[in-house]
Each structure stands twice: as structure tokens, then as C-alpha cells.
Design a protein around this ligand. Sequence first.
Ligand code: ZN
Length: 282
Amino acid sequence: MSDKPTTYTCQSCGHIYSGKYCNNCGERTFDEHSKSISHLGEEAFHFLTHFEGSFFRTLKAVFTAPGKLSTDYCNGIRKKYFKPIPFFLLIVVLYLLFPRFTGLNMPLRVYVDKTYDYHVYALPTARQKLAKYNGDEKKLTEAYDNKSAKIAKPMLFIMIPMTGLVLFGMFFKRRRFYFDHLIYATEFSAMFIAVNFLLLPLLVSILAWIIPGAKSLFSDETPTWLITNLLLAVYAAIAFRRFYQIPWWVCTLTALLFIVAYVHLLEYFYKTVLYYCVMLFI
Ligand SMILES: [Zn+2]
């Protein structure tokens, strides 16, 4: 038998309880050991191993079991995973660490190029902004491209609520809460960024490095882009099956629709919002 008291008074909220944690506010039981140096070491070790453990467990779930993270999270199994939003943010941070992979960050010259649709809204705003730069197009372009490089990646966050709305519309009969759709939107967006903007450029770089001349194979981006999005549609179908529990044929159909919607959201919603935001800040 231990001679330690079995009940404690919480240092944070004054609640009387027994066990390792206060069952009112969650504060850890405070004793002499809490002030030892070894405890600090234990805490750091615990944080790192826990962080690493749950991060890799989450990563594994996202890549090998589409929709499992969201399903578990929405069913209350949360402790063993990284929370979906911090997980998404970590993927964006990883993406930020590779500035070579520009991804969705588009230079001003593409926006105002009359061969693309963007110029319809981009040109009038650019012309207005030009006055601030005394008509110096080079300076405006420089300012735009610099600012855009900084905010394009963090702004991917706006894709989550929009994707959540799309899913809410598509599956409103399957899950009642917008929250649930939001969680799956987060999981999918993390996967989309990881595949399109981290793994794919990495694969292309490695191939170009191993096989001389392989780079020319990827000069036309369309086939790679099509294959990737088709694979992501398969991924989404499996996830829909698990998360929304719908028949396979419905999953396949909705997954294709969903990918088309997602890509269009990026192209028309995200890029437009990004453009106006950058223009606002320069
Ligand atoms: Zn307490």
C-alpha cells in the first residue's frame, strides 16, 4: 500500500479528486516529482514521442485508409491522432519549406494575359493599381509576385470551408452536421496538397535526376495532372464509402463530381480571392 494521499486538491481549480489528472479541469496532479529535472526530461521526451507517434499514425491513416481519420474523429476517437486542422497546417508548413514548388502561386503576367480567362477580372484591378505605382508596370509586377509568394500557400486554408459546403450539399442526407463535412474537407485538402504540391514535384525532380531527358516528358503538365486527379478521385471514392457509408456506384459518381468541383474551386474561387487579397495588400 502506498502512503500517498488518494485524494488531491487541484492547484488550478480547487476541485478535490483522485487519480493522475483533475477530473474537473484536466490539470495534472502536482507533487514533488513534478519539480524534478528528470520530470522535465520525461515531459520533453513524452511530447516528442507523442507528437511523432500521432503525426505518423495520422499520416499513415490518411495515405492508407482514406476517410478513416475523419470517420474516427467524428465518432469521438481523437486521442491517438493529430487533430485534422493542425495536421492540415503542418502539411502547409511542409509545403512552405519547399519554395521551389510554386504550385498555385501564379505570377501577375498570367492573370493579365489575354489568352486566359483571368484577365476579365484581373485587368481592370491591375490598371487601377498601376496609378499607385506611377504607371510602372515592372514595379507593380514585382510587388504583386513578391506578396503572392508569401500569402498563396497559407491562403489554401479558405478551401476548407468552401469544400465543406460542397460536401454538405452533396451529402446533406448522410451527415447532419456541417462540422462533419468540414472535417472530411480538411483531410482531403491535406491529401490534395501533399500529393499535388509535394509528392508529385518531388517524384518529377527525382525522375529528372535519375533519367536524363525525363524532364521533357513532364513539359506538358496536362497528362500528369489528369492522372493525379483521377487517382485522387479513386481516393475520394474510397473515403466517401467509409465516411458517408453509401453504395459503391454512388461513391464513384460523387467522387468524380467532387474532384471536378474541387479543381474548379481552386481555379475560380481560390485564385480569384488570392488575386484580390494580394492586390489589397500591395
Ligand atoms: Zn482542476
